[in-house]
Design a binder for this molecule. Sequence first.
Ligand code: 2AM
Length: 472
Amino acid sequence: MDRGINDIGIIGLAVMGRNLVLNIADKGFSVAAFNRTTAVTQEFAGTLQPGQKIQPCYSLEEFVGALTKPRAVMIMVKAGNAVDAVIEGLVPVLEPGDIIIDGGNSYFGDTDRRVKSLAERGIHFLGVGISGGEFGARYGPSMMPGGPREAYEPVRVIFEAIAAKADGQPCVTYLGPASAGHYVKMVHNGIEYGVMQLISETYALMKMALGLTNDELARVYADWDAGELNSYLVEITSKIFRRRDDSTGSYLIDVILGEAGQLGTGMWTSQSAMDLHVPVPNIDVAVAMRSLSALEEERALAARLLTSVGGVPKTASQPHIEHVRGALRAAMIITYAQGFAHLRVASKALGFNLNLEDVAGVWRGGCIIRALLLRDIKGAFERSPELPNLLLDPPLSHEVASLRPALAEVVGGATISGIPVPGFMNALAYLDAYRTEWLPSNLIQAQRDYFGAHTYRRVDRDGIFHTDWLTE
Ligand code: 2AM
């Protein structure tokens, strides 16, 4: 083990932290490593190979003393109070010009607060979204850095070396000031929720309406992954259906309880989109469905009471697998479109000045929502950097239009059969509403003016109008 002056330091040696340490050392940089509980550091030190440029440290003073200046300290602890606790410990031992990097899943509002309060003490703070899980941290994550630009330069070479590569480019680039990085990571997770919901609906359709076995499902998803649906989430879905349970020997998927958990990032995406008045119905419904899935007892009761609307009536036509595949491609494009539209508006409202082509590039590899589709999305923003919505990109809109019949077919059949496909329904409704020039919202304006004198605008004249509706 090397002892000396290190390029960067990592605090927090749980799964993500220790894998990042190993990744950084593999790329030829030297790393100081520290964990609050000394036993964890000792255990980690015991796993190191001779020659690895990693220096385990047993006090904050030793850790800070082992770093080149300006010091770059990356915090890899649980989001929330732990980040503030670590920062509080660091501030007295750091110097102006040093850089604290938060690589956790922090709420963007917390990141804004930390950037400001540390700037007052002369310390730079970078909020960096990191996606890719344990494997990504070890062999190449997607990284979304935000904060003061001058603080990014000293760590840029390390980040570019450790990040995933896609089409030869590192999946990391400076995204914008303040909480831009954590905001982009939040929306990444929102899209992830939306796409996982859609894939789970294709599973429901093919299992319930078509009666596909787990082996058949594994083959279908593998086949999809080999084509335009190529993506990490479709790939792992195929692998999941092959996996056997060690204790029972049956398929593992069939013994997993259908109660989806959530850590909050999907909900944050929905909440912040609503604050900005950006419609992201596929993300909203994905959050809602996780919450609904957790109402296990109520659902068991309702299944008995409301059977007449459940089940698969004989009249329902079976979906064609090719239609399900087309519906998934269309709904995936629509879900990413909502996420990018969210980022477009947030960028303006919060002053991030995001380059959405860069965001698509960073998501091309290493992260959970990496997908071949992101190459098309990157191309769309390359052609038109200010595009407000991906559905206005000619090639993507053409593709979605050509897939709409498949999407409608799947939603129609599932509705008659009573198979819940709220993700597909929302994708179709969003598409249809977005492409309809006339919406019945004139009636809503009339109603608002009727009961609340909220006024309305007219199609034929400028100005604000109010009608006394009670006088005929
Ligand atoms: P620990 O091993 O000392 O608990 C994930 O929980 C990581 O976050 C662990 O490395 C854990 O350190 C660290 N962590 C959690 N709360 C912390 C705190 N208040 N201060 C420092 N590290 C903390």
